[in-house]
Design a protein around this ligand. Structure first.
Ligand code: PLP
Length: 456
């Protein structure tokens, strides 16, 4: 067993260093199929695991720039094997007395970081989608308290959100019985920021449809472009309409640790609830999402259920059973990697990593502005940058196809990995810099690769 532990730890270290030639081995499909057929000959788990790793998309490669999934901080990734070995279930405090203490300490740290009041409370979730679902559930409990027992009445609560808001917001509305049609979009500007001045139109549309209670969702770190909404302006709108104010900072929450970028979260402390994902801009391995609720009593009230076979507080103890305010009944000890990283390196470390990936993204923008073949689709605010061909083929459908082909060509080369999205109805190429080791040479190098492929 110790031999296997050393082998797997070495393999993980090799991956974390980001070695390896390919971001995605051009032969990956044949390789992984062969491995699946081979199984695990002679019970050699390490050899099979090495082959699976080699056929995987290498997020630790410096030229991986596709989606908002991080190259993890090595210490945090290595701690994961201990999390699995301890296998603590934090939902019930008797099953995880130490884990619950660490989790509560972490939540208190986050509460202070985001300048939430002492009465705020929160919980880790398996990601931003679960966090948004939790936040909207809490909002529903506050605005339509009978819904838990009696179900949701038509017109109970509308969700007013920027048109670029993550799909998990509309999904949460549907899951909570509000219906996806209860979501009313607010138009966005060219950089995908919600136009606070246009919010009244969305509220008016919701009113016309019969809604009288509202949740307003702002985004910091929008999925397509990484842009941040004007949080104080939207907070004022929420106050005017007496709406529950939720900020989805799944992507941008980590900016709070950057002196340069924390201004983008100015006003977040006014939010009734907040989503932020440590597995995005705090560079934690999956999974690590979180939700904070300004009035912690509302979080607990939203889940008010009795389960005497599980929920009991410890005699004389202050620690709660977390299942009383999380969706999960088996709550993974994700707090451990985040808390250890924070205490070992300090929040400034995260700030430096955030600044680094944003600087590398900016370098790509600066290069792109002067490229003969490519042009920026927007000015990046953070670490997400969309770009396109300066002179795409016509008509628009041919241009969309050409951009998709270029994305495929970059990714098939094995030398880099990017994504694409649709802005203003047109497909554009997209880079998301999620590896703190990626520098300007990497982001510019990826654009040069796109130029070479585009020139063919
Ligand atoms: C703004 C925003 N909210 C929520 C999510 C969902 O987060 P997760 O993938 O952790 O469920 C994302 C994911 O990209 C996001 O960009």
């Amino acid at each position: 067993m110790r031999r296997l532990a050393r082998q797997l730890a070495d393999l993980a270290a090799d991956e974390l260093i980001g070695g390896g030639r390919w971001v995605r081995d051009p032969e990956f499909a044949a390789r992984i199929q062969a491995q699946v057929r081979r199984g695990v000959p002679h019970g050699d788990i390490a050899a099979a695991a090495r082959e699976i790793a080699a056929s995987s998309l290498r997020l630790n490669h410096r030229r991986y720039m596709a989606q908002q999934v991080a190259a993890p901080i090595p210490a945090a990734a290595l701690v994961e094997s201990l999390v699995a070995a301890l296998n603590q279930s934090l939902a019930v405090v008797r099953m995880s007395p130490a884990g619950a203490s660490v989790d509560r300490a972490l939540m208190a740290d986050f509460r202070r970081a985001f300048r939430y009041p002492a009465g705020a409370d929160g919980t880790l979730t398996p990601g931003g989608s679960f966090a948004n679902l939790t936040a909207l559930l809490v909002a529903r409990a506050a605005l339509a308290p009978k819904a838990w027992g009696e179900g949701v009445r038509p017109g109970a609560m509308a969700v007013i959100a920027g048109a670029q808001s993550h799909y998990s917001v509309a999904r949460a509305a549907a899951l909570l019985g509000l219906g996806a049609r209860a979501v009313f979009p607010i138009p966005v500007d060219a950089n995908q920021r919600t136009l606070a001045a246009r919010a009244p139109e969305a509220f008016a549309a919701a009113r016309r449809a019969g809604y009288r209670r509202f949740v307003l969702v702002a985004t910091c770190g929008s999925t397509p472009t990484g842009s941040c909404d004007d949080l104080p302006a939207l907070a004022a709108v929420a106050r005017r309409y007496r709406a529950w104010y939720h900020v989805d900072a799944a992507h941008g929450g980590g900016f709070i640790f950057s002196r340069r970028l924390r201004g983008k979260l100015r006003g977040v402390e006014a939010a009734d609830s907040l989503t932020f994902d440590p597995h995005k801009m705090l560079f934690m391995p999956l999974t690590a999402g979180a939700v904070l609720v300004r009035d912690g009593r509302r979080l607990r009230a939203a889940f008010s259920q009795h389960a005497p076979y599980l929920f009991r507080s410890l005699p004389g103890g202050e620690l709660p059973d977390l299942a009383q305010f999380t969706l999960a009944c088996s709550q993974r000890f994700d707090a451990m990697k985040i808390w250890l990283t924070w205490r070992a390196y300090g929040g400034g470390f995260w700030g430096a990593l955030v600044d680094g990936v944003c600087a590398a993204t900016r370098a790509a923008f600066d290069y792109c502005r002067h490229s003969a073949l490519l042009e920026p689709a927007h000015e990046p605010e953070t670490n997400i940058f969309c770009f396109r061909l300066r002179q795409p083929p016509r008509p628009a459908a041919a241009a969309d196809r050409r951009h998709s082909e270029l994305e495929e060509a970059v990714n098939a080369s094995g030398k880099a990995y990017i994504s694409s999205t649709v802005l203003n109805g047109r497909r554009v190429l997209r880079m998301v810099v999620m590896n703190p080791r990626s520098g300007a040479a990497d982001t510019v190098g990826v654009l040069k690769l796109v130029e070479r492929l585009a020139a063919r």
